[in-house]
Design a binder for this molecule. Structure first.
Ligand SMILES: NC(=O)c1ccc[n+]([C@@H]2O[C@H](COP(=O)([O-])OP(=O)(O)OC[C@H]3O[C@@H](n4cnc5c(N)ncnc54)[C@H](O)[C@@H]3O)[C@@H](O)[C@H]2O)c1
Length: 264
């Protein structure tokens, strides 16, 4: 796929990994739409991309809403004439163990709330589904070369305290094979799907994690540090250009090995 002149949508594009992807692609002359709930950050990122000579629009939208999803896709196509790449970065964490026991009695004192479960499933999983489904619809109908990039996580293997998040991210890992298998059956040849599964990445999301748990996890990263959002952005740019990458999930973790097991 040619970078120059392609059109990309990045959900969650106003901060963190999505912001780095939007900035990176705009430097390669990809026209980008930044979709997010955070209007102030949308304005900041769109403004800075334009000052640097790139082309960008911002759309405030909630990825859990079907109406918003249709709107941000249609506004992007109206602005730039086509759609080629969709990076579904919008996501949250709401960590909690499923059960918490009272130390004195050994009885259950707290449970993961239905709100924590639903918020993560709705934004991370259902939001990704809606973004990919409705983007693919428009790519098929428009006949444009397309790439769908859902964002999984290294925690797809099952992280204690993230039953909600790991469940969503393992489901996302399956999406490329299911979607491309379906496209093969249906004769849809113009769209690829490659999921990215980042390891622990230096964004605001990690500031909401238990920092002791994070430091313990970093001891198992061969690279010895958090990975940077720019390193993920560069990989997504490469995925655009290499048509052989398809129907797979690529891990980018700095070598997270869990030599002492997954349980932390
Ligand atoms: N940071 C990490 O270590 C890490 C690791 C693996 C995977 N990921 C995944 O990468 C993606 C980006 O994470 P990040 O670290 O950049 O997070 P972040 O919190 O820095 O950015 C997430 C963005 O998503 C937006 N957002 C949240 N809910 C939304 C909604 N309903 N509609 C539209 N936008 C919404 C937020 O406003 C924010 O701008 C997420 O899917 C996350 O699960 C992150």
């Amino acid at each position: 796929m040619l970078m120059n002149g392609s059109v990309a949508i990045v959900t969650g594009g106003a901060n963190g990994i999505g912001e780095a992807v939007a900035r990176h692609l705009s430097k390669q002359e990809v026209k980008v739409a930044i979709v997010d709930l955070d209007q102030e950050s949308i304005d900041r990122v769109v403004g800075e991309i334009k000052v640097a000579g790139g082309q960008a629009i911002g759309v405030k939208a909630d990825v859990t809403s079907e109406a918003d999803t249709a709107r941000f896709l249609d506004e992007t196509i109206a602005a730039f004439g086509q759609l080629n790449v969709v990076v579904a970065c919008a996501g949250i964490i709401r960590d909690s163990t499923m059960l918490t026991l009272d130390k004195a009695t050994g009885k259950v004192s707290k449970k993961m709330t239905i709100e924590k479960w639903n918020d993560v499933i709705n934004i991370d999983l259902t939001g990704t589904f809606l973004t990919l489904r409705d983007a693919a619809e428009r790519m098929v109908n428009g006949g444009w070369e397309g790439l769908l990039v859902p964002i999984s996580s290294v925690n797809k293997v099952g992280q204690i305290g993230q039953l909600n998040y790991s469940s969503a991210k393992t489901a996302i890992e399956l999406m490329p094979k299911i979607i491309i298998g379906e496209f093969l059956l249906r004769g849809i040849r113009n769209i690829r799907c490659v999921a990215i599964a980042p390891g622990y990445t230096e964004t605001a999301m990690l500031k909401r994690m238990n920092q002791d748990v994070l430091n313990a996890i970093l001891a198992d990263v061969h690279l010895g540090r958090l990975i940077s959002p720019d390193e993920i952005a560069g990989l997504i740019g490469y995925c655009m250009q290499n048509r052989a990458l398809n129907a797979t999930t690529i891990e980018i973790t700095g070598g997270l090995c869990y030599p002492r097991g997954i349980a932390k």
